[in-house]
Design a protein. Sequence first.
Length: 251
Amino acid sequence: MRKPPNDTGDERLDTEGTGKGRGAHVPVRRCILSGDRAPQHLLIRLAVSPDGELAPDIHAKAPGRGAWIGVSRAELEQAIEKGRMKGALARAFKTGGITVPDNLPEWIDTQLRQATLDRLGLEARASNLLTGSEKIAERARGGLVSLLLHSSDAKPDGKRKLDQAWRVGMDREGSGEGGIALPVDREALSMALGRENAVHAAILGEKAAARVLQHLARWLNYTGCSIGAGPVAGTDDAVTDDEDLRKTAVR
């Protein structure tokens, strides 16, 4: 557990979102429902419109004061049902006149899904993403795949072969590590990538993998899914950040 922001020796923490503490390099936020702190990229920002309606601010760009949540969709739905969400919002925004839309949990899920798929599409267009089992296996055995992804309807045998190729390339045989199962099927993945029959995807390069994980880990945390894969290949700062993502993505 990290120290609160007013504790001596850790001024990097910033529960409101300014990120202006001395030495701040990884903004840390507090979930208004659980009270837990986590890196900003693992939490979801909520903003209030001028007419007092709550809305997800997935990219944390909306002006004004914001509140952060890091719970799963099931926990959010329960908090809304039992009235705890309204109390938490009143404390965070210092007002009780906030309208929580009935579809907020689904709205958040949809935006997290879109943000992740958009990121994958961008990496594909930047030639940082590879599809095709044979091509992925060849690159994986050569140690060139930083992050391996599988669609939700990928066949177990196909996943097993690529996971094994990845472990060989990373010299991690026997570790049980492998690819991440995405919460979308091949049709949705293919559409996001602009490619036909995209069942598996390999991210080439540690920085590209870290960018993808910043969105994917938050989405998986919200949907209650496990990361279920080994750390990104490599040893530089991008990998250290990724290992932190994996450790904190699932509560």
